[in-house]
Structures are given as structure tokens and as C-alpha cells.
Design a protein around this ligand. Sequence first.
Ligand code: NDP
Ligand code: 13P
Ligand code: ZN
Length: 350
Amino acid sequence: MFEKTTWIKLPRNVLVGHGVLDDLGEAVGELYLTGRPLIVTSPTPNDIAGDRVRAQFDDPATAVVKEASFEAVEELTETAEAVDPGYLIALGGGKPIDIAKMAADHLGVGFVSVPTVASHDGIVSGRSSIPEGDTRHSVAADPPLAVVADTTLIAEAPWRLTTAGCADIISNYTAVKDWRLARRLRNVEYSEYAGALSEMTAELLVENADMIRPGLEESAWVVVKALVSSGVAMSIAGSSRPASGAEHLISHQLDRSAPGRALHGHQVGVASIMTEYLHSGENGEWAAIRDALAELDAPTTAAELGIDDAELIAALTSAHEIRDRYTILQGGINEAAAIEVATATGVIDG
Ligand SMILES: NC(=O)C1=CN([C@@H]2O[C@H](COP(=O)(O)OP(=O)(O)OC[C@H]3O[C@@H](n4cnc5c(N)ncnc54)[C@H](OP(=O)(O)O)[C@@H]3O)[C@@H](O)[C@H]2O)C=CC1
Ligand SMILES: O=C(CO)COP(=O)(O)O
Ligand SMILES: [Zn+2]
């Protein structure tokens, strides 16, 4: 008997473009939500865009979060219980968006994502990554009901956040390789649609790399569209597999050992150079990944991440312990081999 079922959760409205922040009210209106919104934001996006958002709603409430922690989710949940919102609007970067995403799940309400930076694909996905105990990787949550990404705002955000978003997308190449490997060796469920979409997203970004430059609205548009596409790939897969393989495990390990040192996207980008080398050897595609990152002003070495050689090697050799996800690092890589791959790819000087 055929017993498979597929349930794909996607945003209903996705607006990306010049000045679309002013269309937020209309985009939300089309969702037929009831009740007042609770706007979840952080200090900078609140200063930049809070008033423009509040002006479009009746009786909005605002909560300003300062750190991405489980306590912040609990605090927001308590605030929401007093405010009794019909839905949440997350305005800002990954921090307020992840907190709102998780709180919305706890509260049983929907949320709308209004990213003001293009720093990683969590701003549009159904994955929430709030450190809880030793867990650093994302967990499933409902995706936003709508995404409204104003390229005027995003183009003005710090360039390094955009280059981190680009690097998160470039890491899809190795994530999909790991996923295919897991299918071949462990019969892990694989989605051809999600895998192809994720790879194509990275391909299109790299093809357009020469037009991704600081301060350009068109660049913000290209990057946000790629992040949306990557988020959709994860929704189709029902997991972060299309966008998270061994390179993400290494980054999660760095988040534990060297918290706050470098941006998520920058870490996964550098890690991706090394895991590509492990997949395809010295004549493989690792140099192409490194060059694509460099063209987008993203780091390609441990030093550029602010991570010293020993920290990087420790993250490489212990990354497989992070979660039960089969990748090229399954079973672990020993120290000598880790030094070899990091040196051969120029990630450390050796
Ligand atoms: N769900 C997922 O799959 C993933 C989630 N994450 C999570 O996302 C978070 C990191 O995301 P990130 O976006 O870097 O985090 P933040 O939300 O902290 O944003 C980064 C910085 O940009 C500032 N900022 C926001 N918008 C603007 C703007 N338009 N102009 C100028 N500055 C701006 C913020 O200000 P302020 O300090 O005032 O907030 C903050 O200092 C972490 O919590 C991480 O765990 C990471 C990867 C994947
Ligand atoms: O960052 C992500 C995809 O880019 C989410 O991946 P994780 O599930 O490893 O946290
Ligand atoms: Zn990522």
C-alpha cells in the first residue's frame, strides 16, 4: 500500500522590491488575519523602519528584543500573552525573526517576516535557530505567512551582512552533495525537486556575482530572491538538508567554541571550501567555491573569520558530533587529515 504523504508549508505572499515596506499592510490584509499585530523587532530595525510599519496597522504593539536566546523567546511569549495579538510581525535580521518564529509556534499564531538584512536563509525559512543548551542547529517551525523584503532598506544595511547571505547560498552546493551521499549510503529520503532548486539557486547567484555590489538595490534583490528560493527548497524537503550539510556542522561547532566571532554565512562559506575538497579532491570544485566567495567579498580563510588555526581544526574534527545527520564528515576526520584539508585549500597557512 502506498503510504507516503507530503505537506509543504510555504509563505502565501512574497514581496521583494523597491519601497515594498509601504505595501506591508496590504500584503497582510490579503491574509485575512484577525486581531492586532505584535511587532517583534530589535533596536536598529525599529529605529529605521518601526514607525513606517506601525503606521500601517490599527493598534499595533511592539516588543524590542536584544539577544537571540531561549529566555528572549519566553519573555516574548509572556508579552504576547498580555497583548493578545492575532499575529506577529518580525522586523529586522535573523535575531528578531527567529525569536518571533519560535514564539509564534508556542502561541499558535502566524507571523510575517519583514527582513531588513539579507544575512542568511533563516529570514524566509521554516527553520528557527535559537541556542538552547548545547543545540546550535535549527529546528522546524512554521514558515512565515508572508515575506516583505524592501530592497531599499536591505541595500543600505552593512555590506558584510549581505556577503554572509551570499555565502550561505553558495554553501548549498556542498549541502546537496552531502544529502546525495546520505541517500546513497544511508538511504536517507531525498527530494530531487528540493535538491535541484537548492543547487540552481547557488548557480544563479554565482552567475550573477559580478552585479552583486555594496549599496546597489539590484544586488539586494538578487540576494533576497536567492534566500527565498533556498527557504522554499527547505520547505519542499521538510528539512534543512538542501541548505545544510557538513559545512553547517562545522559552523555550528564554531558557534559553540567561538561564539559571536564571525557571521553564520561567512563560517559556512569557508567550511564549504573544505567539505567540497573532501568530496571531490584537489582537482575538484573547491577552488571555484573559494573564488566565488572571494568575488562576493566573503571570507575564504580562518584568519578572515577571526578564528585561529587550532580552533578551526578542533571544529572540523568534532563537527560530526553536532547532530545525527549523515555527511562527508560521518565518523569524523582526524587531526592530521583536518590540517591537510585546511592547508591544501588555503583556509589555514599550515
Ligand atoms: N533560522 C535559521 O535557519 C538561521 C538562524 N540564524 C540566527 O540568526 C541570527 C543572526 O542573524 P543576523 O541577521 O546576523 O542577526 P541580527 O538580527 O542580529 O542582525 C545583525 C545586525 O544587523 C543590524 N541590523 C538589522 N537591520 C539593519 C539595517 N537595515 N541596517 C543596519 N543594521 C541592521 C542588527 O541591529 P540590532 O543589533 O539593533 O539588532 C544587528 O546588529 C542568530 O541568532 C542566528 O542564530 C542564523 C542562521 C540560520
Ligand atoms: O542555516 C541553515 C540553512 O542555511 C539551517 O541549517 P541548520 O538546520 O543546520 O541550522
Ligand atoms: Zn545557513
